[in-house]
Design a protein around this ligand. Structure first.
Ligand SMILES: Cc1cc2nc3c(=O)[nH]c(=O)nc-3n(C[C@H](O)[C@H](O)[C@H](O)COP(=O)(O)OP(=O)(O)OC[C@H]3O[C@@H](n4cnc5c(N)ncnc54)[C@H](O)[C@@H]3O)c2cc1C
Length: 387
């Protein structure tokens, strides 16, 4: 296994439980999560259930029932409630470090060897020579995926800066965002606790053109004022920030491949399908990939068949969210003046058409497998279980 992130830890845990002889390689000496909060969707929670970790993550996280987005002029862009899909449907926001810590602790109990400080740069790396199976879970900047396809990833011009802040109780159970055109986006996601008994935290994020990062750092106080004007209720949170070093700069890439495997190498998570986190699906997809790949390996007579079944089982869900994320990102993070104008006119009124409203909710909840197709979380995650 290459990469001790969300997908790598999950697949290692699952395969070791099935009795496979696994080694996990990670480029960092201490595996560490980068970033702030992330939103787990219903299918991601079912994948965590397969790992036996749903309860502990739900206890640490913050239940999310609503996506609420307003423009700087107060126009509603999104007001979507998961509850429209059924009273039990919801997301769970969790601090990335809390999710990682829970996966890491579970991994430690497997006694799988952890090879730290090993950067795997190629599928022909001598470190992998004796492996029957190589799972590349090394994330959006995988160096192994070029063995599978020569299609290069495409960088997005916009990324974001993220900070973890004490949760000020602004909009409980809500992923809230403010927009001004497509150049400005400020978001607030209550993300629960790092550990039981600790104070609740939230993720604060600000969309940023990557070439403006240094200017943003240099003009931090001016930015704070801009953010306060855009969202006055965030003033106490913004006042508590000491400077730009509290933020992590995240840049995004888009990458998809029809066939995420070759020979004994298979890609999962961001290595197989990276995109911007506009639809908040990436960690969910990595967890689902881990479960589906493990199920495929359990039932197939050989690696090729297992990889084909894994790729086939994941294709429609992954493809929909890759395409939707790519399309949506330009409405929220780009230099376009036209797209946000269309967004401001069209997105909220779409909610009044019952069929479209339902489709928007299903998209948010990670349940789409095509423009006109939907699946339940169980169908998405457990497709290859008990074949
Ligand atoms: C700012 C931001 C916000 C996000 N918000 C959400 C959200 O709300 N909901 C959601 O579901 N997803 C979200 N995502 C996406 C999510 O974080 C990723 O999709 C998810 O972490 C992918 O998991 P992964 O296991 O594929 O890769 P990662 O978690 O990135 O793990 C990759 C691991 O591989 C290691 N590695 C890398 N290269 C090598 C190498 N050459 N050799 C050895 N090890 C290597 C890395 O150090 C890392 O430990 C967000 C992403 C970002 C950047």
């Amino acid at each position: 296994m290459v990469g001790a992130g969300v997908g790598g830890l999950a697949v290692t845990i699952l395969l070791s439980r099935r009795g496979h002889n696994v080694k996990l390689m990670e480029r960092f000496v201490e595996p560490r999560p980068i970033g702030s909060g992330l939103l787990l969707q219903p299918a991601g929670l079912v994948a965590l259930e397969r790992l036996g970790l749903r309860e502990v993550i739900t206890a640490l996280g913050h239940r999310i029932d609503r996506l609420h987005g307003l423009t700087d002029t107060g126009r509603t862009i999104f007001d979507l409630h998961y509850g429209g899909l059924g009273a039990t449907t919801h997301g769970v926001a969790v601090h990335r470090a809390a999710l990682h810590a829970v996966l890491w602790e579970t991994f430690r109990q497997t006694n799988v060897p952890f090879l730290a400080g090993r950067e795997v740069r190629s599928a022909a790396d001598p470190m992998l020579a004796d492996a029957d199976l190589i799972v590349d879970a090394s994330g959006a900047r995988s160096m192994l995926r070029e063995f599978v396809t020569d299609r290069p990833p495409r960088p997005f011009p916009y990324g974001a800066v993220w900070a973890t802040v004490p949760d000020a109780g602004i909009g409980p159970a809500t992923l809230a965002q403010r927009y001004a055109g497509a150049k400005v986006m400020l978001g607030y996601l209550p993300a629960g606790r790092m550990a039981v008994g600790q104070a609740p935290m939230a993720a604060l994020f600000w969309s940023l053109r990557n070439d403006r990062y240094e200017a943003w750092r240099g003009g931090f106080d001016a930015w704070r004022e801009e953010a306060r004007t855009l969202w006055p209720a965030l003033a106490p949170v913004l006042a508590g920030l000491t400077g730009p070093d509290e933020f992590t700069h995240a840049t995004y890439q888009h990458f998809s491949t029809y066939r995420p495997w070759r020979d004994r190498l298979v890609l999962i998570g961001d290595s197989a399908h990276a995109t911007s986190p506009q639809l908040g699906q990436g960690a969910n997809q990595a967890l689902i990939d881990a479960v589906v790949l493990t199920d495929a390996l359990a039932a197939a007579p050989d690696l090729k068949t297992a990889f084909e079944r894994y790729a086939h089982a994941r294709r429609a869900h992954v493809r929909f969210y890759q395409q939707a994320s790519w399309a949506m990102t330009r409405f929220f993070q780009s230099d376009s003046a036209t797209l946000p104008w269309i967004r401001d006119l069209v997105f909220d009124p779409m909610r009044r058409i019952p069929w479209l409203h339902r489709e928007m909710l299903r998209t948010l909840a990670g349940l789409k497998t095509g423009p006109f197709r939907t699946a339940t979380p169980d169908e998405i995650v457990n497709r290859l279980a008990n074949p």
